[in-house]
Structure formats: structure tokens, C-alpha cells
Design a protein around this ligand. Structure first.
Ligand code: GKR
Ligand code: MG
Length: 418
């Protein structure tokens, strides 16, 4: 079965004002929906980032895929690599870590790769998790992903999710997400307020949720010294501390003295980062993410490497919709050593999903789809609306810092900040 063409649709969907270490989410988040078509009439879906640089690279690679056998993942990746001609992407919004040549290719390749699994699953009448080796769990647990948050975007009094600017607000948000979706683990996005205030918020969560595993992720906003102070304060409170300090070297200094495991989705984001991180003992948990580790097969390679080195495996997310969630769920279902609840932004964005049957969490988990392929279908009307929103919203590149500056001109991006 050969690829005959690819449809690339940039979309925008509403996003609440979620705060992080570089600013605040804009009113619209961007994604790109990819449809890969074949000569047997079967099409497959993929979802990826929407920033203009990435979108341009996806559009550049798409025509080069015509004629490739859908089973030939190596051939597919080679075509993408050749089409990109050595271009290296950048981390303009400051939340992903610096890209390399390999990781730039992996990011573009990923959504096409996912679409081929969807196609092969549909052709065989089997869900993607079966093709990835078989499910080891029938439902994939996700964590409640808490954010400090304004009540609404400026000009909007209240967006329905509420305000969370202090420990009480964070606990209220956690109660809302846990009550609505049943989450059994909780992650707080930090790096927004002075570390002692975020420690207070985590301790308030511990009091309110004595049995929920907790995590704090300041996106490298702290020096190694500050990180060690926080680590001592949160000893026995968090299951892991995520990206407290910048770079492998900074994380290694923290890891040497921190009582809990350190996790990352910032300093180990490509295969070439693993050897130095292991050599320095910098991280004990890697957050996998098929969107930048080069798709589902390469994410399983990452899992094998983690198993070999005794590194834990969790899963990272960015603002996303249901095609991504489907792929994350199949992958997590078929990865035995993915032993932490996965991250997801889905509750913040699911109202604008572009699939016919948006996902519902059951006891904090997503039941693994049983239909062939990814098990999701595009809602063509919703996709058309989201494509119009993209054309109208005026955003082509995520810029949390610029948006924050519109409201606080004195705001500066600093890493580390404390
Ligand atoms: O959505 O603001 C956000 C997060 O900070 C996101 O951009 C990060 O990539 O969630 C991610 C993380 O775990 O670092
Ligand atoms: Mg993180």
C-alpha cells in the first residue's frame, strides 16, 4: 500500500490563560492535522504542532512522501530528512529545549508516522496498540495537569475554569479536575511564582489529596541551588520533580543532592542527549512524547533504552486535541515500562476537538480504543471551523512571553529566574 498524497490543515482552538515560566497561554492554541492518503483508499490521521516554522517544514516534507510504502518507516523518515535539507528548528517559545538536526526531522516525521499506524491498523482491522506489541493495560491513566491561571483572558471576566493564583485556587482547580475526570495523580505547572509559594501550593495539594501522587514542573526556572532547597522542602511530598534547573549539567547538580527522582522533557529531548544525561546521572525519569521522539516506533526505542538504564518513563504533553490523545493512549497502552500517569492538556481544550467522538476520562484514565487504527474519525465540520479559526485568529507562532508583555510590559523572560 503506497502513499498517494497528504492533506495538511493548520487549526486553532480556544485556550485558557494558563501561566508558566515564560508567560501565559494566548487565547488560541495552534495544531496541524495531517491526513495521509493511500492507493488502497485508506487514509490515516496525525496531529502535530502548529507553529509556523514547523508547519512550513511539514508542508515542505508532505509532497515528498508520495509513492512510499506505508510499512516502510525508515524510507518515510529518509524522505522527510531529505526534504528538509538539513534545516534545524528552534525553541522560540522557550519550553522545549534546543532542537537538533535529528529532533527537527523527528518532529516532522512523527505525524506522518502516526498516520501510517492508523492506516495499517485500519487495513488489518486491528487497533494501533495491537500493532505496537499488544496492550498491557486496558485504560491509560493520566494526571490532572494544574496551572496557575487568570480568571479569564483580559476582557473576559470568567472562562468557566476559574482563577488559580494561590494555594487555595490551585486546590480548588485540582478538586474540579479530579471531580470531573477522576484523576488519580496531580501535576502542577510551576515556575510562575517564587519557589516558596509553589512549595506552599504543593503542600496544600498534599493536604487536600493525601493519596494522590504529586509532581511539580517549573520548566527550568530555578538555579541548581534553589532547586535543592525546593527538593529538601518537598522530600516525601512529590513522586518526582520535573525540570527544576536548566540543562543536563544543572539537572545533574540537583540530582546529586535531591531526595526524589528528577524528570525531564527539556534537557533530554533527543536520542543524542541520553548518553550524556546517563553519564552524569542527571535524570531518573524521561517524559516521552511521540510528537518529538519521532513517532510511535521510535518512542518504543526510547522505552527500551530507559528500561536498559533503569530510567523511569512518563509522558509529556502540550496543548492538544483527540488525535494526539488517541496516539498517546495506544502508545502508553503498549509500553510496559510507562509506569507513571501520563500528562495531558486535554481537559483544557477538549471542547474544541475535531474528532467525531471526543474522549472522556473514566476514573482518570482513557480506555484504549478498540476500533481499527487509532480509533478516531475526523469531524469535518469541526475541522473546517478550526481551520477558519486558524485563519482568523492572527496567531501563527505561540508566544506566551509576548502575550504576557501586552498585559505587563515589565515582564521579562529569564531562565533561571530564581
Ligand atoms: O502548556 O504551558 C504549557 C507547558 O509549560 C508546556 O508548554 C510544556 O511543554 O507541559 C509542558 C511541560 O511539561 O514542560
Ligand atoms: Mg515539563
Amino acid at each position: 500500500m503506497r502513499i498517494t498524497g497528504v492533506t495538511v490543515t493548520p487549526i486553532a482552538f480556544r485556550d485558557p490563560p494558563l501561566l508558566n515560566s515564560v508567560g501565559v497561554h494566548e487565547p488560541w492554541a495552534l495544531r496541524t492535522i495531517v491526513e495521509v492518503h493511500t492507493d488502497e483508499g485508506i487514509s490515516g490521521l496525525g496531529e502535530t504542532y502548529g507553529d509556523i516554522g514547523h508547519l512550513t517544514r511539514v508542508r515542505k516534507a508532505a509532497p515528498a512522501l508520495a509513492g512510499v510504502d506505508v510499512h516502510d518507516l525508515n524510507g518515510l523518515r529518509a524522505r522527510v530528512e531529505a526534504a528538509l535539507g538539513g534545516e534545524v528548528g528552534s525553541d522560540r517559545h522557550g519550553l522545549t529545549g534546543q532542537l537538533t538536526l535529528e529532533s527537527t526531522v523527528d518532529r516532522v516525521f512523527s505525524s506522518f508516522e502516526v498516520a501510517t499506524w492508523d492506516i495499517r491498523g485500519k487495513a488489518l482491522g486491528r487497533p494501533v496498540a495491537d500493532l505496537l506489541g499488544g496492550r498491557v493495560r486496558d485504560a491509560v491513566p493520566y494526571s490532572a495537569y494544574l496551572f496557575y491561571k487568570w480568571a479569564g483572558h483580559p476582557g473576559v471576566e470568567h472562562d468557566g475554569f476559574g482563577e488559580a493564583l494561590d494555594p487555595a485556587g490551585v486546590v480548588t482547580q485540582a478538586r474540579m479536575l479530579v471531580a470531573e475526570h477522576g484523576f488519580g495523580s496531580i501535576k502542577l505547572k510551576g515556575g510562575v511564582y517564587a519557589p516558596h509559594l509553589e512549595v506552599e501550593a504543593v503542600k496544600a495539594l498534599r493536604e487536600a489529596f493525601p493519596d494522590h501522587p504529586l509532581r511539580l514542573d517549573p520548566n527550568a526556572a530555578w538555579t541548581p541551588e534553589t532547586s535543592l532547597e525546593v527538593a529538601a522542602e518537598l522530600d516525601g511530598v512529590v513522586e518526582y520533580l520535573e525540570d527544576p534547573a536548566p540543562e543536563i549539567e544543572g539537572m545533574a547538580r540537583v540530582a546529586a543532592g535531591a531526595p526524589m527522582p528528577l524528570a525531564t522533557n527539556m534537557c533530554v529531548i533527543a536520542f543524542e542527549h541520553i548518553a550524556p544525561a546517563v553519564a552524569q546521572g542527571a535524570v531518573q525519569v524521561i517524559l516521552s512524547d511521540h510528537h518529538y521522539w519521532g513517532g510511535l516506533a521510535r518512542s518504543k526505542e526510547l522505552a527500551a533504552i530507559c528500561r536498559a538504564f533503569g530510567i523511569g518513563l512518563s509522558m509529556h504533553s502540550n496543548s492538544h486535541l483527540g488525535i494526539s490523545l488517541a496516539a498517546m493512549t495506544h502508545l502508553a497502552a503498549a509500553t510496559p515500562n510507562l509506569n507513571y500517569a501520563c500528562d495531558t492538556h486535554y481537559p483544557w481544550n477538549s471542547a474544541d476537538d475535531v474528532i467525531t467522538e471526543p474522549f472522556t476520562f473514566v476514573d482518570g484514565a482513557i480506555p484504549v480504543p478498540t476500533a481499527p487504527g487509532l480509533g478516531v474519525e475526523l469531524d469535518r465540520d469541526a475541522l473546517a471551523r478550526a481551520a477558519e479559526d486558524y485563519a482568523r485568529c492572527g496567531i501563527v507562532q505561540r508566544d506566551d512571553t509576548g502575550y504576557m508583555r501586552q498585559h505587563d510590559p515589565s515582564y521579562e523572560r529569564k531562565r533561571p529566574r530564581w
